[in-house]
Write a protein that binds this ligand. Structure first.
Ligand code: GLC
Length: 651
């Protein structure tokens, strides 16, 4: 049962596509106040578990902390943080009374989930202009399925996007990208995609190519395609301010960039230096920006990743001026009493400064709306720009697209990667914990930078992380400029990597089948254990295992130097291990707790009682997988319905 309550005059986010009439009775699951801004408050019972918030910090059960929906470019995903790059305002309180809440509100929103008071949930924001959806159901899973029905179907990528992709910020030359492909092919390590980070562009200008490196890009793309490699370029939100750069000039002329209060084009520094931001909330400007993807599609490109679209800003002139004035005053006042921590804080604050968003405006149907009122919608609408354009540019074929920032609704146009994580063991667990909550909001095509983006990685960390990445639809190794190189061929015993990546390819028919069933059925691919075993009192406490599709449970090893791990089985299952010699071990384990050995070069999974899953022989790219090599793992005589299609035609 879904009820929609309207407060004030909400901005239309178009997150929800179903036409739901506004309820006229009062909210029953909690109390509402619109005295100072908006707040929803309810009591949490001891046994209540709170799921949701999509891409955010902390565990699968969100109780005990406070979270803020405010899309932020913050590469330090540490426990003290309250938000990441997205705003996914959906939670489910699961207990004696089970209900979901979706707060359709486009800017800063706080979810205090038992932080101020352990027994109280309080959702609050500054303006009482929003739609609140209250969804009641028998179980948390049931509530999620109802929610998913009203927000529209999840994005479906081409099948090649279920292959492995190699990326690094730092590949610059035509040779650099080619080398990645060649090293993989030479070592017979599967690879479908090579990602192009900002250096492929001319001076970081969107939709341009470094002319020296790519004088004939079309031929280069084709050459890579002959190796069965798709090149996937990055597109940044900021358009470089430069005379003679057609996109900048066109956007200025047509008034398609975000404005300042005085009507001039808003400017902030990002990678290219001063940039303007396309006003993707203005449908005309959105269509215009989206149409630019055609420039690269015409060169044979069939996938993109949208970045810096919170939008990230390094600084504005106003911000820098204020900082300089502050420093001057501090120096003039008294050098002895200078406050280094305050200086540090002020200097850091010039990036992604909410004060700058106050001076950035969108033109929505002729009305100038301050960005600060709609902040969380930028990444969504940048990706929507691309998605809407793709329908016109490529009406028959799917195009790969994922974004850094997002809001519910964007799941219809693209996937999401989890941003700038670090080469930390704890980030394997964080990656796992975000998967089901992102699926709750429709984000099915997702994954993290495997091996870690920031910091120097280690061989064992990459292997363990990959053994989780084997299951995530987006499987990409990406790392930051200046960090240790982490392509698989940089490490010793390359055969271990070949084996683990090979397991992914062996599972692609199953993963694709389950992905498609989830997408077409508005379902989740990854679920917390309690969603499948609501009667099991222990299942809701499991924070490091997930149900995958209808047949599998995953429980990766994520601790350094561990030789295995404890795992909880809510029912009898078959413990499967893909062994480095290519064989597969299967052992039936009873309900309860077990310790399982898992070596660094093994990939474990569990098959639910009475189920079986298909595996095929590995291949070097998705297109070469041969379904005639299919074998079955799990319980004998079990039935499995395999979904398959040509992997490219739009559905
Ligand atoms: C941002 C992205 C990262 C990318 C870098 C350079 O930090 O999140 O993935 O490598 O920008 O473009």
């Amino acid at each position: 049962m879904i009820r929609k309550y309207r407060f004030g005059s909400p901005f239309s986010t178009e997150a929800v596509v179903a036409d739901i009439p506004v309820a006229d009775e009062a909210v029953t699951v909690g109390s509402i106040s619109t005295e100072e801004g908006f707040s929803f408050t309810c009591t949490l019972q001891e046994e209540d578990v709170v799921y949701g918030l999509g891409e955010n910090m902390r565990g699968i059960n969100k109780r005990g902390y406070t979270y803020t929906s405010f899309a932020s470019d913050d590469p330090a995903h540490t426990e003290d943080k309250h938000s990441l790059y997205a705003a996914h305002n959906f939670i489910v309180v699961s207990g004696k009374e089970t209900f979901g809440l979706f707060v359709d509100y486009p800017t800063k929103l706080t979810f205090d989930i038992g932080y101020t008071r352990q027994d109280t949930l309080r959702i609050s924001c500054e303006y009482a202009d929003l739609d609140l959806y209250v969804i009641t159901g028998d179980t948390a899973y049931d509530v999620v399925k109802q929610f998913r029905k009203i927000i529209g179907r999840s994005y479906i990528p081409p099948k090649f996007a279920f292959g492995f992709g190699q990326s690094r910020w730092g590949y610059k030359t035509a040779e650099d990208f080619k080398k990645v492909a060649e090293e993989h092919r030479k070592a017979h390590m599967p690879l479908d995609m090579v990602y192009m980070d900002i250096d492929y562009m001319q001076d970081y200008k969107d939709f341009t190519l470094n002319q020296k490196e790519f004088p004939d890009f079309r031929a280069y793309v084709d050459e890579m395609k002959k190796m069965n490699i798709h090149l996937i370029p990055i597109i940044d939100a900021g358009v470089k301010c430069q005379e003679g750069y057609d996109i900048c000039e066109e956007g200025r002329e047509k008034g398609y960039f975000c404005k300042r209060a005085d009507g001039s084009d808003f400017e902030a520094a990002v990678w290219p230096g001063w940039t303007h931001f396309p006003d993707v909330l203005n449908p005309e400007a959105r269509a215009w920006f989206g149409s630019k993807y055609q420039i690269l599609i015409d060169q044979g490109i069939d996938g993109f990743w949208n970045d810096m679209n919170e939008p990230a800003t390094f600084y504005t002139k106003e911000g820098v001026t204020e900082l300089v004035d502050y420093l001057k005053a501090a120096v003039e006042e008294d050098l002895e009493t200078i406050k280094p921590l305050e200086i540090q804080e002020k200097a850091m604050a010039i990036s992604n400064n909410p004060a700058d968003y106050e001076n950035m405006y969108h033109n929505v149907n002729g009305e100038m709306i301050p960005h600060s009122r709609v902040h969380n919608l930028f990444g969504y609408n940048m990706t929507r720009a691309a998605g809407e354009a793709f329908e016109k540019i490529s009406p028959d074929n799917r195009i790969l697209m994922f974004s850094r920032s997002s809001y519910v609704g964007m799941h219809r146009y693209g996937g999401v990667w989890m941003g700038d994580n670090r080469s930390w063991w704890s980030h394997i667990l964080l990656n796992l914990q975000m998967l089901p909550s992102m699926n709750m909001c429709g984000f099915l095509y997702t994954g993290a930078d495997l091996g870690g983006f920031g910091d120097d990685t280690t061989r064992d960390l990459v292997l363990r992380w990959l053994a989780l990445g084997v299951f995530t639809p987006l499987m990409r190794n990406h790392s930051a400029l200046g960090t240790r190189e982490q392509e698989f061929y940089q490490f010793e015993n390359i055969e271990d990597f070949r084996h683990v990546i090979g397991v992914r390819y062996r599972l692609v028919p199953y993963l694709y089948s389950e992905y498609m069933k989830a997408a077409l059925g508005d379902d989740m691919l990854f679920k917390p254990l309690a969603f499948e075993y609501p009667q099991d009192a222990f299942a809701s406490q499991v924070e490091d295992q997930l149900m995958l599709g209808g047949q599998v449970m995953i429980a990766p090893v994520y601790k350094q130097n561990a030789k295995g791990r404890y795992v909880y089985l809510p029912e009898e299952m078959i413990f499967v291990k893909f062994l480095p010699d290519g064989s597969i071990s299967q052992e039936t384990l009873s309900t309860g707790h077990h310790y399982v050995d898992v070596a660094l070069n093994e990939v474990p999974l569990f098959i639910r009682k009475g189920c079986s899953i298909p595996v095929v022989d590995a291949a070097e790219c998705v297109g070469d997988l041969d379904l005639s090599t299919m074998k079955w793992l799990g319980y004998e005589g079990a039935q499995y319905q395999l979904y398959d299609d040509d992997g490219i035609t739009r559905l």
